[in-house]
Design a protein around this ligand. Sequence first.
Ligand SMILES: Cc1ncc(COP(=O)(O)O)c(C=O)c1O
Length: 376
Amino acid sequence: MTSNGQSIGQLRHEPRVLLGPGPSNVHPRVFQAMTSPILGYLDPDFLAVMDDSMELLRHLFQTKNEVAITLPGTGMSGMEASICNVVEPGDEVIVGIHGFFGQRMAEIVERHGGTAIRVEVDFGDVVQVSQIADALDQHPDAKMVGVVHGETSSGVGQPLSELGDLVRSRDKLFLVDTVCSLGGSDIRVDEFNIDICYSGGQKCIGGPAGIACITLNDRAMSLIESRTKSVDTWYLDLALIRKYWFDDRAYHHTAPGPMVFALREALRMIQEEGLQERFARHQRCGDLLKKELTGMGLELFGDPAHRLPMLTCVLIPDGVDDAVVRKRLLDEYRIEIVGGFGPLKGKAWRIGLMGYSCQERHVHYLIAALREILGR
Ligand SMILES: Cc1ncc(COP(=O)(O)O)c(C=O)c1O
């Protein structure tokens, strides 16, 4: 049974206002794109959509990289692909960890036979450039430095520019996870010396879950293509996948057409809005939410200098039942917000304003609902 009393067989749930850490709401144009007629994976019209997506991705990643492509699967396929293609058994990778997804990055390095050098700070803080410099001094053979930009678990954003300069000066690869933030924050892949950057469709990009995007520069691609040992997964082998996106157009997997169409439409909408206008919208709505929450007497979590615009972590006031509030928001207002995890489990709410969900009227609606429920 769904919450509006229908059996799952006739599932027609009511739309939600999705204000969690993703997925976010999807614009009708993106839905419509998903219902475009299915095309074969080598149909000239499909190849044209792929080429267009690459151009749009270069624009979004702010890069001139040739490789700016989509991958089947959620954001995790971007993380897994970034790591498994680079890491060979015994390789050291320095991972800056300021929350749950950084921990996951380190775990994946180890699953692919690498050694993760963890540079860890508390949830809510950011990793200092000096800490990564020290780790590089101690591990001069490390192949790559990886960080998460927007930590969806804590609502804090890792500064990238100085870190990128440091990593490039030591001639290592710089890997950045932007699943939470791409499309809502100014991530300049080339300017920040990022060698590998990935994201997922369903957050600030405004597309569906189930499609990832990734860009790699020539430094990263040539390292991958000169490996002596094959990548330990076939499905995410980027050297093989590249052949499908470029000259050979060699079959690798059946591209998930509706997802590709949807992502491309979301990317077109980003281009139409303008990157700076879009970042400003995320900042404006994020600031408004934070102002309204603190105006209600609630306390925000995380380093104030580095709070993300698109994901706000707010502490649950004493005596308030986390589950009851979230259930009432969902049942009575059809608003989704999500609880904290790790050290914030039961202690914080995570409120997202991402992509099409990022609208001032959503902030006002949520605040009105919270005021009613909390009696503030
Ligand atoms: C920062 C970050 N990285 C990676 C992921 C994994 O993405 P997905 O859940 O789409 O696989 C998420 C998802 O929330 C995320 O927030």
